[in-house]
Design a protein around this ligand. Sequence first.
Ligand SMILES: Cc1cc2nc3c(=O)[nH]c(=O)nc-3n(C[C@H](O)[C@H](O)[C@H](O)COP(=O)(O)O)c2cc1C
Length: 196
Amino acid sequence: MKRANASPPIHDLLAERWSPRAFDPNDSMEGAAIDTLLEAARWAPSASNTQPWRFLIGIRGDSTFAEIVKSLKPGNAKWAPNAAVLILALAKHVKEDQSPLPHAAYDTGQAVAHLTIQAQALGLSTHQMAGFDSKIADTLGVPEIYKPMTVIAIGRTGDADQLLEEDLLAREKTPRQRRARDQIAIQGRWSKSLED
Ligand SMILES: Cc1cc2nc3c(=O)[nH]c(=O)nc-3n(C[C@H](O)[C@H](O)[C@H](O)COP(=O)(O)O)c2cc1C
């Protein structure tokens, strides 16, 4: 576990969530757990309650999982196929009449954040990925008004020393880093401290 070095302390579910790569290839997830994760996503807030998120679920061994694996960029293809579940998260970015839904990506990210914390509460790990070929949406029959945002790997972790090659193992063990709090938020007007 790579617990966040948070000060002041934050909730364990937030501090203990991180994005591992050493998923256990022998682990499988019960349907009830998947239902719980999707229920957590379902209750996320969204602009005008538009709920623009959609999820296509691949369970290791099924054809959706295999197609999602084929779409992964090489760096992710090394480890993500060991996850029990791969979910393609999509955002409905325009309505059927082509008028835009400008907060669709924001809302979908928030639904996924709910899902990741619910997973943490169930003892499951999650790892979101942008490194995949968005043509997966065509392959899986997704209409164009839904834009693929991320693939989410979900499952239990195993022994990283056994499961990962040297380069990924080093990353798995690197402490998590974040910008300082005054580099992301200040009271008042814009400050240089917020800039890169
Ligand atoms: C939108 C998004 C895209 C990401 N894409 C990838 C990816 O393609 N491959 C990967 O290994 N990690 C990916 N990550 C994971 C991030 O690198 C990770 O969340 C970040 O380094 C912070 O680490 P932590 O989640 O362990 O706190 C992605 C995360 C997000 C939210």
